[in-house]
Design a protein around this ligand. Structure first.
Ligand SMILES: [Zn+2]
Length: 144
């Protein structure tokens, strides 16, 4: 983990295929691996397709829209640096392409959270190597 002036909370320090995923986010893109043989989308990043076993894949751009699959609201910090942002929600969002991601939320009050709530995915750039996705309501929030 690392921190920066722009993002004082602990940030990921990924390696391998995960580092590629975070680097796309740093560049403002949400991409997922997609199998070149069967077309299955997948996340988290891995070398082989779980559907057909192929090792041939490419990074493809997501439309960045999906629905709330699940969420939790954190009231106690697991790391002291998060005590300033309590309580906060962590969502599991199922993208329209199929993969699910874990992300934070913006402009989404806890009382508005609901299963299947349509959301779009924004990206917070942390560094040249990493960005973090966040969910926001379809009808509001920033343009990016
Ligand atoms: Zn496949």
């Amino acid at each position: 983990m690392s921190t920066s002036d722009d993002y004082p909370l602990p940030a990921p320090a990924p390696d391998g295929l995960s580092a590629q995923w975070y680097r796309f986010l740093a560049g403002g893109e949400l991409r997922f691996q997609r199998c070149d043989r069967c077309g299955d989308w997948r996340h988290p990043p891995r070398f082989l397709c779980a559907e057909c076993g192929s090792g041939d894949w490419s990074w493809q751009a997501s439309a960045r829209s999906g629905r709330v699959f699940s969420w939790t609201i954190t009231h106690r910090p697991l790391h002291p640096m998060f005590s300033e942002v309590l309580p906060y929600s962590i969502l599991v969002v199922e993208l329209d392409e199929g993969p699910r991601i874990v992300c934070s939320a913006r402009n989404l009050p806890h009382g508005d959270l609901a299963l299947d709530l349509p959301v779009t995915i924004g990206i917070a750039r942390l560094s040249e190597a990493a960005g973090l996705p966040f969910a926001r309501p379809v009808s509001g929030g920033e343009s990016r």
